[in-house]
Ligand binder design. Structure first.
Ligand SMILES: [Zn+2]
Length: 259
């Protein structure tokens, strides 16, 4: 079973959580510049490597963002509006295409709380907010009222099976979130690190619902990565940035025969 292992390795993120920065527009300009510089430097480091796997990125993803990506994100913002999410544009960090913050960190009526960042809103890509908002009805059905996460945006490479891969993590795209535990309506906490191994029903139900929903990429858990994901679930939005045919027309071919 070598192939699934390889695939999982490409999907994974990093265990150690880092305090993510808020992407508020009020961010000090100097700090933003510094962060941009760091991102650019790191970006060169990552992309210069011959091991860099561009295909670990979302379908059609490129940097800087293509017109299709911008248009997909515009649609994402409209969907968030239609779903009643209150959001604000934020300062982009790393390779986040459409940086936003949701000031009250409530998506679809579910409260998101940062373990290290308390109730400060965290910058993320619109697509991650949309995936969670779309999935919220199922969280309600399972009884989840709070999602406690370690981190969302981090400029980092993939870490899986205890090893760091030379591949940019989707945390660097603002598309991934590491969840440490869920809280249900009765106030019970279901911790991935403590309760998953004993078959906690809520955690297993969330895992199944996520994978059945198609709203996220394959969820990384202690089951499919017992080393680097032993204490959290790694969620990833799964946007499709493939250009529409209209954006990139095929050149005229005089020999082409339409059938
Ligand atoms: Zn992760």
């Amino acid at each position: 079973m070598r192939r699934p292992v390889l695939v999982l390795a490409l999907l994974a993120g990093v265990t150690a959580p880092a305090a993510a920065k808020t992407g508020k527009k009020t961010t000090d300009k100097k700090a933003a510049k510094k962060s941009d510089k760091r991102a650019a430097r790191e970006s060169t480091k990552v992309s210069a490597s011959h091991h860099f796997k561009a295909d670990n990125m979302p379908r059609g993803w490129q940097w800087p963002p293509s017109r299709t990506m911008e248009s997909v994100e515009k649609t994402c913002e409209q969907k968030l509006d239609a779903l009643g999410v209150t959001w604000q544009a934020a300062t982009r960090e790393g390779h986040v295409t459409d940086a936003i913050v949701v000031p009250d960190m409530t998506l679809g009526g579910v409260q998101f709380l940062g373990t290290y960042t308390k109730d400060r809103p965290q910058m993320m890509d619109c697509e991650l907010a949309l995936a969670w908002t779309s999935f919220a009805p199922q969280l309600h059905e399972l009884g989840v009222t709070e999602v406690h996460f370690g981190s969302i945006y981090r400029w980092t490479k993939v870490r899986a099976f205890g090893k760091t891969k030379d591949v940019l993590s989707r945390h660097a795209l603002g598309l991934a979130m590491d969840v440490a535990y869920f809280v249900d309506g009765a106030g019970r906490q279901a911790w991935v690190g403590r309760d998953y191994k004993s078959g906690d029903e809520l955690l297993l139900n969330v895992e199944k619902a996520v994978n059945d929903s198609g709203l996220f990429r394959l969820l990384l858990t202690p089951k499919n990565d017992p080393i680097s994901h032993k204490d959290h679930f790694h969620f990833e939005a799964n946007p499709d940035f493939t250009p529409l045919p209209a954006e990139d027309p095929l050149p005229d071919d005089p020999d082409r025969v339409d059938i």
